[in-house]
Design a protein around this ligand. Structure first.
Ligand code: NDP
Length: 509
């Protein structure tokens, strides 16, 4: 370059490297280019029937399932009636009595291993469909839901032929037909949590997915066909709450339910005295507790993961942040700055951090509780973000100035809304953390191992995470205390509800 040497703002001559003209001018601000995952891998049917006895059965009624991000109709699916549920249960009974329960345990392992492998092979297809129908970011369905669903099948495949060793001298036997009802927040993963241990233990199942997210369960029927699972071992009936209620009262031997505490209590009342076994995995209002010696940046990541993962539609979400008073200001400052970097939008975009709210009903529930928080006197913070015009959306939200009595500190919001409270001593942290009707999970952030153990002993929560949050593993039992339900899923504990033993019963009815 000839001519006069260029100078910088301070008047110093620029080095050769600095003077080199760039082909593209430096952007004024850094923004992520859209990176949408292609939908082409998913082939949707216009209409789905009921999966009974290994066949698609034409339903008497249907409803339309949509994408919550765009409100676009995706497919018509069955709204199963009590008679159709009874048919599915009869198919499951037939399969239980005529082959499955008496099959060699190693045969059951074989089918479960096959299912696990097929899920891995088809994981991209499932991940796209999960995000399309449920609204969760593709990076979560791809990196969390799908790998964990396959891992559950692998894990329980390994136990199927080792039950005698898992429960020595107790003669474990399958229970019979399991009626399983799952929610919309982790549709395929909850299916895996339910079906894998039930089949490993020698039971057959009828599963009802949530009304708003039936599609991955319906695609799973194709996996069962591919795995050549004997007809009737797994039956899928879609529909709303009335289909779930019909399944509870049908001729099943065991009910496994994940969902709201309200419906869980109704099911427990319904089953009292029937002798049917029951496990309930219900709501939560977890405390995520940060001590003043914790690594602050790491805690901020854990707080964000704890409450904004899956739009906060997580029963074990860290929805109450308890911060030690001395670090309140720096921590909340860092948290607010981190929130500004969260990308809210298209669930199928690989850069999206926070996707769509699962349904209009859930959005209205979140809006109502957030309004209550403002009315009660809490201070709201939402980072600037443009929400799409169509679909169901809610900006990541933090409430400060929250009293323990506020509804936002007591009730499960099940959305991307965090309530911040403070404490001074470990004793106070424990008291506040346990001041909830729930008892599903908790998080502790501190440098001191002894304090982690001290806290874990005192927190009334089924899971306590230390310096991390929302970590799941098929080998690790998961479940709650108090109004969060009873029974455990995952690990050896997760097999027990699907078995009967000589002598004393263990869990549930
Ligand atoms: P529900 O408890 O109503 O739904 C869970 C499952 O139960 C769904 O498959 C549902 O069907 C079914 N169901 C509904 N009513 C009955 C009934 N009477 N008998 C048997 N099954 C029934 O939860 P919602 O989806 O309505 O969500 C409401 C609130 O529950 C959320 O805002 C959240 O706070 C909490 N929740 C907690 C979950 C958790 O994992 N802890 C999961 C989901 C929700 P359908 O989908 O048709 O309603």
């Amino acid at each position: 370059m000839g001519g006069r040497a260029r100078v910088n703002q301070e008047g110093h001559a620029l080095s050769g490297l600095e003077q080199k003209p760039s082909a593209t001018p430096a952007p004024a601000e850094w923004a992520y280019a859209p990176a949408p995952e292609s939908r082409d891998i998913v082939r949707l049917e216009d209409r789905y029937g009921l999966f009974i006895g290994g066949k698609w059965v034409e339903p008497s009624q249907t409803y339309t399932t949509i994408s919550p991000a765009t409100e676009e109709p995706l497919a018509d699916v069955a709204q199963a009636t009590p008679e159709e549920v009874a048919k599915a249960v009869a198919a499951a009974r037939n399969a239980f009595e005529n082959g499955w329960s008496s099959s060699a345990p190693s045969e059951r392992s074989k089918y479960l291993f096959r299912i696990a492998r097929i899920l891995q092979e088809r994981s991209r297809e499932f991940a796209v469909l999960e995000s399309l129908n449920g609204g969760k970011p593709i990076k979560e369905s791809r990196d969390v839901d799908l790998p964990l669903a396959a891992a559950h099948f692998f894990y329980y495949a390994g136990w199927a032929d080792k039950l005698e060793y898992a429960f020595p001298n107790r003669r474990p036997r399958p229970v019979g037909v399991a009626g399983q009802i799952i929610p919309w927040n982790f549709p395929l993963l909850m299916l895996a949590w339910k079906i894998a241990p039930a089949l490993a233990a020698g039971n057959t199942v009828v599963l009802k997915p949530a009304e708003t997210t039936p599609l991955t369960a319906l695609l799973f029927c194709d996996v069962l066909r591919q795995a050549e699972l004997p007809p009737g071992v797994v039956n899928i009936v879609t529909g709303d709450g009335s289909t779930g209620a019909a399944l509870v009262t049908a001729e099943v031997d065991k009910v496994a339910f994940t969902g709201s505490t309200e419906v869980g209590k109704a099911i427990q009342r319904e089953l009292a005295g029937t002798g049917k076994k029951l496990t309930l995995e219900l709501g939560g209002k977890a405390a995520n507790i940060v001590f003043d010696d914790a690594a602050l940046d790491q805690s901020v990541e854990g707080i964000v993961n704890g409450i904004y993962f899956n739009q906060g539609h997580v029963c074990c979400a860290g929805s109450r942040l308890l911060v030690q008073e001395s670090i309140y200001e720096p921590l909340v400052g860092k948290l607010k700055r981190r929130l500004e970097t969260l990308r809210v939008g298209d669930p199928l975009d690989k850069n999206t951090d926070v996707g769509a709210i699962n349904s209009r009903m859930q959005l209205e529930k979140i809006q109502e509780l957030v309004e209550a928080g403002k009315q009660e006197g809490a201070e709201i913070y939402q980072p600037p973000c443009r929400l799409p015009e169509k679909g169901y959306w809610f900006a990541p939200t933090v409430f400060t100035n929250v009293a323990q009595s506020y509804r936002i500190a007591q009730e499960e919001i099940f959305g991307p809304v965090l309530s911040v409270l403070t404490f001074r001593t470990p004793e106070e942290a424990v008291e506040k953390a346990n001041n909830t009707p729930y008892g599903l999970s908790a998080g502790v952030w501190t440098e001191k191992g002894s304090r982690i153990l001290w806290m874990a002993e005192r927190l009334r929560a089924g899971v306590v995470w230390a310096n991390t949050f929302n970590r799941f593993d098929p080998t690790s039992p998961f479940g709650g205390y108090k109004e969060s339900g009873f029974g455990r899923e995952g690990g050896l504990h997760g097999l027990e509800p699907y078995l009967t033993f000589d002598g004393a019963e263990s869990w549930g009815g």
